[in-house]
Design a protein around this ligand. Sequence first.
Ligand code: OAD
Length: 272
Amino acid sequence: MTEGAGSVGERSLRKAAALLAQARRVVVFTGAGISAESGVPTFRDALTGLWRSFDARRLATPDAFRDDPALVWGWYEWRRARVGRAHPNAGHVAVAAIEARVPHAVVVTQNVDDLHERAGSVAPIHLHGSLSAPRCSACARPAPLPTEPPLPDGAPDEQGDGRRVAPPRCAHCAGPVRPGVVWFGEALPGAALEAAVEAASACDLLLTVGTSGLVHPAAEIPRVAARFGAPVVQVNPEETPLDAVADVNLRGPAAQVLPALVRAAWDAADPA
Ligand code: OAD
């Protein structure tokens, strides 16, 4: 066992570190799990407080917004407030360290938070959009973020009902403004997906971190790398469908495993 790396085995960590130390072109593919230790709930976590009776996967749909825009906008404002109070954790910092060290590194994230950027990652590719880029749901023009302070967390109300917040109106066409994220059933931003596939097909190591690997097409990214012959290292405390393509599984939380991996890789590369 390695200190600070939870229950990750020493052999697996060494194997992954050797791959990282040799790699020239790395893709780091992240999901909600990398932000979990910053206090941002994953999609598979039960929602808490006001949102305990809602399923995140049902709120993240165009139908949900059409049926009840204030419910969905309120949920995203709640998430934006959580992210605003959160800080990047040691996992995000380790990803930025990989980028600084490896000749060509690309971060591809499914997350709509900005914790990679705040940890120092340069231009991560956001496959599922961003909480800070709302746009009009009718004419698609970008809209400013609301100026009022983001919602505070509240005590659960008696019905367990979510907090509704009417979305702002578009300055051009008065349509309801929507969060700038990709919902279930919507296409991913073409340029982002293309850049991610290109990076995955040309990399010599893909590190997948904190994703359930269930939501497609994003979940194809590690599989593309594997098809093109790159080794895949997975960091996740749980088993996922990506176990099938992973050459090394590091079972543990990202904020512990990634710093240990980075230390072991650079130690392997530059023995003191
Ligand atoms: P999920 O919520 O599906 O999965 C989170 C993953 O993180 C799980 O596999 C957990 O085991 C793992 N995890 C939890 N804590 C962790 C930790 N401390 N360190 C490392 N891993 C940890 O999130 P995503 O895979 O990101 O899409 O979900 C993919 C997409 O589905 C999201 O971008 C979102 C969602 O619904 C849309 O909104 C379109």
